[in-house]
Design a protein around this ligand. Structure first.
Ligand SMILES: C[S@@+](CC[C@H](N)C(=O)[O-])C[C@H]1O[C@@H](n2cnc3c(N)ncnc32)[C@H](O)[C@@H]1O
Length: 246
Protein backbone atom coordinates (compact mmCIF):
# COMPACT_ATOMS: atom_id res chain seq x y z
CA UNK A 1 0.00 0.00 0.00
CA UNK A 2 1.68 3.19 -1.20
CA UNK A 3 2.58 5.64 1.57
CA UNK A 4 2.52 3.01 4.34
CA UNK A 5 5.86 2.21 6.05
CA UNK A 6 6.99 0.28 9.16
CA UNK A 7 6.36 3.28 11.45
CA UNK A 8 2.94 4.17 10.04
CA UNK A 9 0.96 1.86 12.34
CA UNK A 10 2.19 3.75 15.39
CA UNK A 11 1.79 7.17 13.82
CA UNK A 12 -1.88 6.40 13.13
CA UNK A 13 -2.80 4.28 16.13
CA UNK A 14 -0.52 4.89 19.14
CA UNK A 15 -2.81 7.39 20.89
CA UNK A 16 -5.81 5.04 20.97
CA UNK A 17 -4.10 1.67 20.62
CA UNK A 18 -4.78 0.49 24.17
CA UNK A 19 -8.42 1.57 24.08
CA UNK A 20 -9.23 0.02 20.72
CA UNK A 21 -6.99 -3.03 20.37
CA UNK A 22 -7.90 -5.52 23.07
CA UNK A 23 -8.08 -9.05 21.64
CA UNK A 24 -9.40 -10.37 24.97
CA UNK A 25 -6.64 -12.98 25.19
CA UNK A 26 -3.90 -11.02 26.95
CA UNK A 27 -3.85 -13.05 30.17
CA UNK A 28 -3.78 -16.41 28.39
CA UNK A 29 -1.02 -15.15 26.10
CA UNK A 30 1.04 -13.93 29.05
CA UNK A 31 0.54 -17.29 30.84
CA UNK A 32 1.85 -19.29 27.91
CA UNK A 33 4.81 -17.03 27.17
CA UNK A 34 5.79 -16.95 30.86
CA UNK A 35 5.72 -20.77 30.85
CA UNK A 36 7.89 -20.86 27.72
CA UNK A 37 10.27 -18.26 29.13
CA UNK A 38 10.92 -20.07 32.44
CA UNK A 39 13.90 -18.08 33.74
CA UNK A 40 15.38 -17.25 30.33
CA UNK A 41 15.81 -13.94 28.54
CA UNK A 42 12.93 -12.96 26.30
CA UNK A 43 12.65 -10.69 23.26
CA UNK A 44 9.33 -9.35 22.01
CA UNK A 45 9.29 -8.31 18.36
CA UNK A 46 6.96 -5.34 17.77
CA UNK A 47 6.48 -4.81 21.49
CA UNK A 48 4.03 -1.94 20.95
CA UNK A 49 2.73 -0.28 24.13
CA UNK A 50 3.69 -3.26 26.29
CA UNK A 51 0.34 -5.09 26.37
CA UNK A 52 2.20 -8.40 26.84
CA UNK A 53 5.68 -7.29 27.94
CA UNK A 54 4.52 -5.29 30.97
CA UNK A 55 2.54 -8.10 32.63
CA UNK A 56 5.37 -10.52 31.78
CA UNK A 57 7.89 -8.22 33.48
CA UNK A 58 5.54 -7.88 36.47
CA UNK A 59 5.77 -11.68 36.85
CA UNK A 60 9.57 -11.47 36.94
CA UNK A 61 10.23 -12.46 33.32
CA UNK A 62 13.31 -10.72 31.90
CA UNK A 63 11.80 -9.23 28.77
CA UNK A 64 12.97 -6.56 26.34
CA UNK A 65 11.74 -5.66 22.91
CA UNK A 66 11.69 -3.43 19.89
CA UNK A 67 9.19 -1.72 17.67
CA UNK A 68 9.32 0.32 14.48
CA UNK A 69 7.24 3.03 16.12
CA UNK A 70 8.77 5.54 18.56
CA UNK A 71 5.19 6.65 19.40
CA UNK A 72 4.22 3.16 20.61
CA UNK A 73 7.46 2.86 22.63
CA UNK A 74 6.88 6.27 24.23
CA UNK A 75 3.53 5.06 25.56
CA UNK A 76 5.12 1.87 26.88
CA UNK A 77 7.81 3.90 28.68
CA UNK A 78 5.18 6.15 30.28
CA UNK A 79 3.40 3.20 31.94
CA UNK A 80 4.11 1.77 35.38
CA UNK A 81 7.15 -0.52 35.00
CA UNK A 82 7.80 0.70 31.46
CA UNK A 83 11.12 2.28 32.37
CA UNK A 84 12.45 -1.11 33.44
CA UNK A 85 11.97 -2.66 30.01
CA UNK A 86 14.80 -2.14 27.55
CA UNK A 87 13.49 -1.18 24.11
CA UNK A 88 14.88 -0.32 20.71
CA UNK A 89 13.45 1.26 17.58
CA UNK A 90 13.97 -1.39 14.91
CA UNK A 91 12.33 -3.15 11.98
CA UNK A 92 11.31 -6.82 12.38
CA UNK A 93 12.69 -7.72 8.98
CA UNK A 94 16.07 -6.07 9.48
CA UNK A 95 17.29 -5.89 13.08
CA UNK A 96 20.64 -6.49 14.78
CA UNK A 97 20.64 -6.17 18.56
CA UNK A 98 24.06 -7.77 19.15
CA UNK A 99 22.54 -10.01 21.81
CA UNK A 100 20.94 -13.44 21.97
CA UNK A 101 17.82 -14.58 23.78
CA UNK A 102 16.24 -17.81 25.01
CA UNK A 103 12.78 -16.97 23.73
CA UNK A 104 11.45 -14.56 21.10
CA UNK A 105 7.80 -13.93 20.32
CA UNK A 106 5.66 -12.07 17.79
CA UNK A 107 1.93 -11.99 18.56
CA UNK A 108 -1.38 -10.38 17.61
CA UNK A 109 -1.06 -11.02 13.84
CA UNK A 110 1.96 -8.74 13.67
CA UNK A 111 4.00 -11.00 11.36
CA UNK A 112 1.36 -9.99 8.79
CA UNK A 113 2.42 -6.34 9.12
CA UNK A 114 5.37 -7.38 6.98
CA UNK A 115 3.65 -7.27 3.62
CA UNK A 116 5.96 -9.38 1.45
CA UNK A 117 7.14 -12.97 1.68
CA UNK A 118 10.75 -11.75 1.51
CA UNK A 119 10.27 -9.50 4.53
CA UNK A 120 8.60 -12.28 6.55
CA UNK A 121 11.34 -14.76 5.63
CA UNK A 122 13.96 -12.16 6.60
CA UNK A 123 12.22 -11.78 9.97
CA UNK A 124 12.64 -15.51 10.66
CA UNK A 125 16.31 -15.25 9.66
CA UNK A 126 16.89 -12.31 12.02
CA UNK A 127 15.10 -14.10 14.87
CA UNK A 128 17.15 -17.27 14.33
CA UNK A 129 20.40 -15.33 14.61
CA UNK A 130 19.19 -13.72 17.87
CA UNK A 131 18.30 -17.05 19.54
CA UNK A 132 20.69 -19.06 21.66
CA UNK A 133 20.99 -22.75 20.75
CA UNK A 134 17.83 -24.43 22.06
CA UNK A 135 16.03 -21.05 21.99
CA UNK A 136 12.39 -20.79 20.93
CA UNK A 137 10.31 -18.47 18.76
CA UNK A 138 6.53 -18.21 19.24
CA UNK A 139 4.30 -16.71 16.54
CA UNK A 140 0.57 -16.06 16.86
CA UNK A 141 -1.74 -14.90 14.08
CA UNK A 142 -5.20 -15.43 12.66
CA UNK A 143 -5.80 -18.28 10.24
CA UNK A 144 -6.07 -16.68 6.80
CA UNK A 145 -9.34 -16.26 4.95
CA UNK A 146 -11.82 -16.55 7.78
CA UNK A 147 -13.61 -13.64 6.07
CA UNK A 148 -16.00 -14.02 3.15
CA UNK A 149 -15.06 -12.02 0.07
CA UNK A 150 -17.02 -11.23 -3.03
CA UNK A 151 -14.77 -10.41 -5.97
CA UNK A 152 -11.89 -10.31 -3.47
CA UNK A 153 -13.38 -7.48 -1.46
CA UNK A 154 -15.56 -7.01 1.61
CA UNK A 155 -17.04 -4.24 3.72
CA UNK A 156 -17.96 -4.95 7.31
CA UNK A 157 -19.85 -2.89 9.86
CA UNK A 158 -17.80 -2.90 13.06
CA UNK A 159 -19.85 -0.56 15.23
CA UNK A 160 -22.94 1.61 14.90
CA UNK A 161 -24.15 4.16 17.46
CA UNK A 162 -26.31 7.28 17.58
CA UNK A 163 -23.51 9.52 16.34
CA UNK A 164 -20.96 7.26 14.68
CA UNK A 165 -20.41 4.34 12.38
CA UNK A 166 -17.20 2.33 12.04
CA UNK A 167 -16.68 0.34 8.89
CA UNK A 168 -13.87 -1.87 7.66
CA UNK A 169 -13.23 -2.21 3.93
CA UNK A 170 -10.75 -4.81 2.71
CA UNK A 171 -9.32 -5.82 -0.64
CA UNK A 172 -7.79 -9.24 -1.02
CA UNK A 173 -5.04 -10.25 -3.44
CA UNK A 174 -4.88 -14.06 -3.34
CA UNK A 175 -1.66 -14.13 -5.37
CA UNK A 176 0.35 -11.81 -3.14
CA UNK A 177 -1.65 -13.07 -0.09
CA UNK A 178 -2.31 -9.48 0.89
CA UNK A 179 -5.26 -7.90 2.65
CA UNK A 180 -5.41 -4.13 2.33
CA UNK A 181 -7.67 -2.87 5.10
CA UNK A 182 -9.12 0.59 5.45
CA UNK A 183 -10.81 1.24 8.79
CA UNK A 184 -13.30 4.06 8.38
CA UNK A 185 -14.85 6.04 11.21
CA UNK A 186 -17.66 8.46 10.40
CA UNK A 187 -18.80 10.95 13.06
CA UNK A 188 -20.49 14.40 12.95
CA UNK A 189 -16.93 15.85 13.08
CA UNK A 190 -15.92 14.10 9.88
CA UNK A 191 -14.42 10.89 8.58
CA UNK A 192 -11.13 9.32 9.64
CA UNK A 193 -9.28 6.63 7.72
CA UNK A 194 -6.84 4.16 9.28
CA UNK A 195 -5.23 2.00 6.61
CA UNK A 196 -3.65 -1.34 7.52
CA UNK A 197 -1.95 -3.45 4.85
CA UNK A 198 -1.24 -7.08 5.79
CA UNK A 199 0.20 -10.19 4.20
CA UNK A 200 -1.15 -13.44 5.58
CA UNK A 201 0.68 -16.77 5.64
CA UNK A 202 -0.59 -20.27 6.36
CA UNK A 203 1.12 -22.35 9.03
CA UNK A 204 2.84 -24.48 6.36
CA UNK A 205 4.46 -21.38 4.86
CA UNK A 206 5.63 -20.25 8.31
CA UNK A 207 7.13 -23.71 8.88
CA UNK A 208 9.02 -23.44 5.61
CA UNK A 209 10.30 -19.93 6.37
CA UNK A 210 11.39 -21.19 9.79
CA UNK A 211 13.16 -24.23 8.36
CA UNK A 212 15.00 -22.03 5.85
CA UNK A 213 16.19 -19.99 8.84
CA UNK A 214 17.37 -23.13 10.65
CA UNK A 215 14.43 -23.37 13.08
CA UNK A 216 12.25 -26.45 13.61
CA UNK A 217 8.56 -26.44 14.49
CA UNK A 218 7.94 -27.96 17.93
CA UNK A 219 4.28 -27.05 18.57
CA UNK A 220 1.25 -26.12 16.45
CA UNK A 221 -1.66 -24.95 18.56
CA UNK A 222 -5.03 -23.52 17.64
CA UNK A 223 -5.15 -21.15 20.61
CA UNK A 224 -3.52 -19.97 23.82
CA UNK A 225 -4.84 -22.97 25.76
CA UNK A 226 -2.74 -25.25 23.54
CA UNK A 227 -5.79 -26.53 21.69
CA UNK A 228 -4.88 -28.65 18.64
CA UNK A 229 -4.59 -26.69 15.40
CA UNK A 230 -7.39 -27.99 13.17
CA UNK A 231 -9.39 -27.00 10.10
CA UNK A 232 -11.81 -25.12 12.36
CA UNK A 233 -9.16 -23.12 14.24
CA UNK A 234 -9.45 -19.40 13.69
CA UNK A 235 -5.92 -18.65 14.93
CA UNK A 236 -2.58 -20.36 15.31
CA UNK A 237 0.14 -20.30 17.94
CA UNK A 238 3.28 -21.95 16.61
CA UNK A 239 6.55 -22.52 18.43
CA UNK A 240 9.87 -23.01 16.66
CA UNK A 241 13.17 -24.12 18.14
CA UNK A 242 16.79 -23.48 17.22
CA UNK A 243 18.58 -26.82 17.48
CA UNK A 244 20.71 -27.15 20.60
CA UNK A 245 23.78 -27.95 18.49
CA UNK A 246 23.32 -24.97 16.11
C1 LIG B 1 -0.96 -5.02 16.57
S1 LIG B 1 0.37 -4.12 17.26
C2 LIG B 1 1.02 -5.31 18.40
C3 LIG B 1 1.74 -4.68 19.58
C4 LIG B 1 2.02 -5.64 20.73
N1 LIG B 1 2.90 -6.72 20.33
C5 LIG B 1 0.71 -6.22 21.25
O1 LIG B 1 0.54 -7.44 21.16
O2 LIG B 1 -0.12 -5.45 21.73
C6 LIG B 1 1.54 -4.13 15.95
C7 LIG B 1 2.86 -3.48 16.30
O3 LIG B 1 3.79 -3.76 15.27
C8 LIG B 1 4.60 -2.62 15.07
N2 LIG B 1 5.22 -2.77 13.75
C9 LIG B 1 4.60 -2.71 12.54
N3 LIG B 1 5.49 -2.95 11.57
C10 LIG B 1 6.68 -3.18 12.17
C11 LIG B 1 7.99 -3.51 11.70
N4 LIG B 1 8.24 -3.66 10.39
N5 LIG B 1 8.98 -3.70 12.60
C12 LIG B 1 8.75 -3.56 13.93
N6 LIG B 1 7.53 -3.23 14.44
C13 LIG B 1 6.51 -3.06 13.57
C14 LIG B 1 3.64 -1.48 15.24
O4 LIG B 1 4.29 -0.24 15.47
C15 LIG B 1 2.82 -1.97 16.43
O5 LIG B 1 3.40 -1.58 17.64
Amino acid sequence: MKGYGPATFGELNADEYDALHDPGTTEACVDLIAELAADGEVLELAIGTGRIALPLAARGVRVSGFDASPEMLKILASKHGGDDIQTWVADMSDFELERQFDVAFLVFNTLYNLTTQDAQAACFQRVASHLRPGGRFLVEAFMPLRERFENNQAVRTKHVSFDSVWLEAVQHDPVAQTLDYQRIRITPDGTTLKPLPMRYAWPAELDLMARLAGLQPVAHWGGWQKQPLTASSDMYVIVYEKPADA
